[in-house]
Design a protein around this ligand. Sequence first.
Ligand SMILES: [Zn+2]
Length: 559
Amino acid sequence: MKNSNMVHQREWIYGKKNIALLIFSVTLISCSQKKKIDLLVYNAVVYTVDSTFSRAEALAIDKGRILEVGTSADLQGKYDASNEMDVKGKFIYPGFIDAHAHFFGYGLGLRELNLAGTESWEDIMTRLNDFSKNFSKNEWLIGRGWDQNDWSSKEFPDNKKLNEEFPDQPVFLTRIDGHAAIANQKALELAGIKAGDKLTGGEVEVKNGKLTGILIDNAVDLVSSKIPPPSGRRIKEGLLNAQQNCFAVGLTTIDDCGLDYQAILFIDSLQKRGDLKMRIYAMLSDNKPNYDFLFKNGKIKTDRLNVRAFKVYADGALGSRGACLLAPYNDKPHWSGFLLSSQQHFDSIAQILVLKGFQMCTHAIGDSGNRTMLKIYGKYLKGKNDLRWRIEHSQVIAERDFRLFGEYSIIPSVQPTHATSDMYWAASRLGNERIKGAYAYKQLLRQNGWIPLGTDFPVEDISPFKTFYAAVVRKDAKGWPDNGFQFENALTREEAIRGMTLWAAKSNFEETEKGSLEKGKLADFIIADKDLMKAAASELPGINVLATFLGGEKVFEKK
Ligand SMILES: [Zn+2]
């Protein structure tokens, strides 16, 4: 009895205090002493992606972080924002995190002229003339992607016009498959190529005793190897273009899987100067200078850059039959692919990384490549742990190996668009039995209860909406196949959103600072025109980002 009386008394005292506080705050509000903040976004459908996947209407943001999440009326009553934004019922999500991409490589690629889909040689010349305006005369003009089969003539062009219009500037344009290219006379000169040159495994085309500029197979390398590396200014330009494209599809953090430390230092310098705003989770490539660099300097962590991981390659790709399989390919007897390094190499890397506390992320496609890495990881991780070692792609898994992901808390990092890009031919490589363990995202998700999603751009398109569509619908843009490809491995919409936000953040050890819209987290979010949770399946790939905010700053707005 006595005890319970005391409890009542205590509650009463606390209650009294609360009333006093309430009166105090009412007084504050009536004197219009609303708290001043930077940004208030309201009238939205906010998917917070918190632990209960709750929804809200408004976000109060100050100094780059989320101060409060709540109803429009509540937050409008409490805060006086220098910038207020009525979202008019549109949809807010945490900024998307691409857990596996190649941002730097994509940026470098953007410096080149994209010739895919050109309809004639005249079309190429027009585009090249436009493109050349951004370059000085001593810089190479590089393009790729032409395909004469798309043209009415269907014949290889020659370099006559290139030589007339660019007599002093080297031009090099690769065909779509990379096995042929056309170069102008200046580029051929710089490469030291003359009419009549012979080489094995390639051809330098000559007509009427003159070079046409067409180069086949190994002859392509004679020129491409002479192209000087891009200047810092050009790299920066490429990265800033890449960043703008990524903001436009709602990406605010990108995992760049496999960079040399010099590239990371370059990114860091651009970020520190405020030029590059994109947040980057960078994995260092598997080579000695990179290990030496990070072991000596330790992990790098700023608001925009996180370096604590190494990217290792176990095997190649399925399409080219480079993936390492446990049994021969279905469409190539006696051939099972191969590992890209010895088991001892992978073992020694795992041993040193576990000792030094770095994350290991290994590209593994085939079921043998995956098993090799799961076992080596397991040897050093021993049992359940929180080291978040990742297997990038985790593409083909033998039935009895799935459990190893859970047993050793190994994180499968997957790219759902690979499933819908490969579904036309994957079964011919793997056969109808083995393919059941391929692109098995739901089965992989079950092992640890979470799974990060990515795109692998520029191998695939940069759009996270395509990732979402592939993950939940498992069909191509035309709606094929009717029931979805191995639909038992589709993710739910909530799972896919988590995979592109909070779970991706977690795979980067960043779940306390981003990946959901909660008090104290970075104000990285997007406004979309449709509801990812409710839009018709066919609408999903085409959802538009209306605005992207990074640290409370608007970095993209749809015109
Ligand atoms: Zn990749």
